[in-house]
Structure formats: C-alpha cells, structure tokens
Design a protein around this ligand. Structure first.
Ligand code: NDP
Length: 443
C-alpha cells in the first residue's frame, strides 16, 4: 500500500462511524496524492499521521433550562486540529446533526482553508447538537451561556478564536461573548462575527457569500465569462446563501432558487433578496413564506434536487447536498460553473462527474474562505483597537479572494492540470501547512 492509501486506511480503522471525517480526508488527500508521495520528506516526518489526529478534542456537557423551567442537556465540542500557522480558528455549529465526525470533518477542512487565506490562522471547529430552531431568545441565551461556561477554559485571542456557522449568527455570538466577558472580566477579541455595535468587523456578515461570488467571478473570467445575465441556482437561505445571492444580483445575475431544510422556492423573475432577508433574518421564519411576498413564485415542499435550468450553481446549505443524481441534473440543464459556498456540499463522485463534463469547479476550501478571511481581519481590528469601515474590509476581502484564486490557479498550472482548482487548492494549502510543521519540529 502506498502512503496515501495507508493513511486513509488508518483514518477508517481508527475513527469508526465518522463518515464525514473519512470523506473529508479522502477528498483532500486524493487530489494531492502524486505530489505528496513524490516528496518523501512528508512520509519521513509523518506529516499526514500528525495532520489526521487533532491536537486535542474537547467534548462537554451543556446543561440549560428551557422556558418551562425544564432542565435540558446537550453535547458540546471544540476540536482544535492544527495550529502550525496561527491560533486555532473556525466556527461553531449548532444543529441536531452535529457529532464528533461532523466537527472533525469541518476542523480538518478548516486547516487547509485557513492556509489558503495566507493569514496567520490554524484550524479548529466546534459546536453542539442543540437545535436553535423554534427556541425563544431567552432559551438561546441560556444555552449559549452554559456552552461558553465550559468553552471559555479552552479559548483566548492568542489561542483559539471561534466564529459562527450553521445555527450560530450574530445573536448567538453576542450571547457567547457576553458570557465570556462575565467569566474572564476582559473585553478581548475572543470571538469573531460580533455585532458592529461592539467590536465586530463591518462586512463580516456578508463576507462568506460575497467572497464566494468574488471567487466565482474570477473562475468565470478565466473562461472569458461572468455573472452578467446568468441564471444562478442557490441552495440554503441562511447567512452564506443570502449574501451570495445579494452579490450575484449586484453582478448582474438572476437568482432563481433558494431553499431551507423544509423545501425550496423558484422565482423565474429573480428572487427578491430583501424579502428573503425579512423572512430569514428578521422574522426567523421558513422560506415557504416567500410566496406570500411574491405570489408568482413557486414553493416545493421537497428536497432541492438541482433540476432547474441555470448557468451557475452555488450550494450554500450543508454537506453532501449535491449527489451524483443532482450533478446529472445540473449537467443535463447545461451549467457552466459550480462554486461551493457550504462545506463539502458536493459528494466526491459528483465532483468527478462535474469535472469530467468540463464544468468549472470551485472547491469549498477556496471558494468559501471569505468568511474566515474576514474573521482574521476582525481579529486584527480587535487587537489593534481600531475600527475599519465596510469599504475597507470589503476591499481587503475582494483582494484576498482574488489572491486565493490566483494562487490555486498557478498551482494547478504548475502541476500540469490548468483550471483544476480542486488539485490546486489541496496542494497549495497542504504545502503551506506542511512547511510550517516541518519548521517547528516534531511534536
Ligand atoms: P445558516 O444556519 O445561516 O444557514 C444554513 C442554511 O442551510 C439554512 O437555510 C438551513 O435551513 C439550510 N440547511 C442546513 N442544514 C440543512 C440540511 N440538512 N438540509 C437542507 N438544508 C439545510 O448557516 P450558514 O449560511 O452560516 O452556513 C451554510 C454553509 O456554509 C455550511 O456548510 C457552513 O459550514 C458553510 N460556511 C459558513 C461560513 C459562515 O461564515 N457562516 C463560512 C464558511 C462556510 P434550515 O433553516 O431549515 O435549517
């Protein structure tokens, strides 16, 4: 067995039942196989063995009280994967599907995504199986305070700086930050994604979605194309989806679909993003409500299967939302590009199919790195005790996304597979992390 095969076998053997983690390791290492195996130093210094084992995994009980005074318990995680490039950085996900395998897949991906930003941040992820849906603000606060009571022992502005992810937005980050301050008596940059009213970065909320479109625009420009007059299919209706849609529209595209876990909407004339913001951000309702704003739009109470005429696909909901059957639908309907807003939204076999059919493919660790890039800018802003404007932060984000695209595009060229951004992203990121690990000695 060669080096990569042995590592994959080891991951499968030693982490039973953690399917998403297995998938993330396979999807990251397979495209970089030839490069890693032809440089014996990686095997000699056991770089992969050290990368697949997190620095530490913290799992804890979270006890809180609901509106009726009933005591509830949930599980919390923080998995600090690798800090070769800087303090641990990565979001917190609150969703009933969260388990060790999900957090490990996200943390593993985060190491390489953060490396691509070129900023000094290591990789981590955390979260809970708590479901914020249908909870009152008071219940959310009660949960967040309990979660932070344990988490606060393990994080700090120079150690580990969490942010949001699915189910964790500005409201949750505010409650978490308040509790951290109460416990530590310091107002410091220990979380990102904070409100602009207290140390948050203007533009952080928009960053992942905007960054995705900035990246996709570069990818389209490389084939002498753009968002102008294109039909865009988006999944999800949360933070990433909303701001990807907003930027795509600003770039002259029409967004025709959005979804949530109950169903999806289709608006042939182009989805009105302000209505979606009102439904999802303000009222915290289901995407179904859109048809009350736009009676000509259609709602389908089913899983979104991407069977829609469109030019560009931006999956922005969750992992494994584009399977082989969905990819076949996209190909049949003639898409030219797919850029991943969510983490690991496209199944490995579906990626192969997309690429074999000549469709431009932007992998998540590059395409959605705008969020963590802006989070790193928020860390700088906080430690400098300054306050940047929206334009300053958005311009920096735009430049970072262009640089990520250029770096991975150059890497794909260097390795003889121009425009293979999956290969470019994985090799480019791996080289940066491995170089730092080698320089810091064996531990
Ligand atoms: P949000 O919680 O704001 O939104 C998630 C959206 O996806 C919601 O519309 C949600 O619907 C839908 N969704 C979640 N799970 C499922 C599911 N199992 N099936 C169908 N729909 C689902 O999360 P974000 O927008 O922040 O995150 C979306 C994706 O982007 C995730 O993969 C995340 O890891 C990734 N990401 C996020 C970043 C950020 O800065 N926020 C940064 C980089 C990546 P419902 O409301 O019904 O649950």
């Amino acid at each position: 067995m060669n080096y990569i095969e042995r590592i994959i076998e080891k991951v499968l053997q030693e982490n039973p039942g953690e399917q998403e983690f297995h998938q993330a390791v396979i999807e990251t290492l397979t495209p970089a196989k030839t490069f890693i195996e032809s440089n014996k130093i990686y095997e000699n210094l056991a770089i992969l063995e050290r990368l697949i084992e997190p620095d530490r995994q913290i799992k804890f009980r979270v006890v809180w009280s609901d509106n009726k005074g009933i005591i509830r318990t949930n599980r919390g995680w923080r998995i600090q994967f690798n800090n070769a490039l800087g303090p641990y950085k990565g979001g917190l996900r609150f969703h009933p599907s969260v388990n060790t395998g999900v957090i490990k897949f996200l943390g593993f991906e985060q190491i390489f995504k953060n490396a691509l930003t070129g900023l000094p941040i290591g990789g981590a992820k955390g979260g809970s199986d708590f479901d914020p849906k249908d909870k009152s603000d008071f219940e959310i606060m009660s949960f967040c305070q309990s979660f932070m009571t344990e988490l606060s022992r393990h994080i700090g502005p120079e150690t580990d700086v969490p942010a949001g992810d699915i189910g964790v937005g500005g409201r949750e980050i505010g409650f978490l930050f308040g509790q951290y301050k109460r416990l530590k008596n310091v107002h410091e940059g220990v979380l990102t994604g904070k409100s602009v009213d207290f140390d948050g970065l203007p533009g952080r909320k928009e960053a992942t979605g905007y960054g995705l479109v900035y990246f996709a625009e570069e990818m389209l420009a490389a084939i002498k194309n753009s968002f102008e007059n294109k039909k865009v299919a988006i999944s999800g209706a949360g933070n990433v989806a909303i701001y990807a849609a907003e930027k795509a529209v600003q770039y002259g595209a029409k967004v025709v679909t959005m979804s949530d876990s109950n169903g999806w909407i289709y608006d042939e004339r182009g989805i009105n993003i302000d209505f979606v913001k009102e439904i999802k951000e303000l009222k915290r309702e289901r995407i179904f409500e859109y048809i009350n704003f736009e009676p000509n739009a259609k709602y389908f109470n089913s899983r979104f299967d991407w069977n829609i005429a469109c030019d560009i696909a931006l999956p922005c909901a969750t992992q494994n939302e584009i399977l082989v059957s969905d990819a076949k639908n996209l190909i049949k309907n003639g898409i030219i590009a797919l850029a991943e807003g969510a983490n690991m939204p496209t199944d490995f076999e579906a990626i192969k199919l997309i690429k074999e059919n000549g469709i431009e493919f932007g992998p998540a660790k590059a395409a959605n790195a705008g969020g963590v890039s802006s989070s790193a800018l928020e860390m700088s802003q906080n430690s400098m005790k300054t306050c940047w404007s929206f334009d300053e932060s958005n311009n920096r984000l735009h430049n970072i996304m262009k640089k990520i695209f250029n770096d991975i595009s150059d890497t794909s060229l260097e390795f003889g597979e121009p425009k293979n951004y999956l290969l470019g992203a994985n090799i480019c990121a791996f080289k940066r992390v491995a170089k730092a690990m080698i320089a810091q000695g064996v531990y």
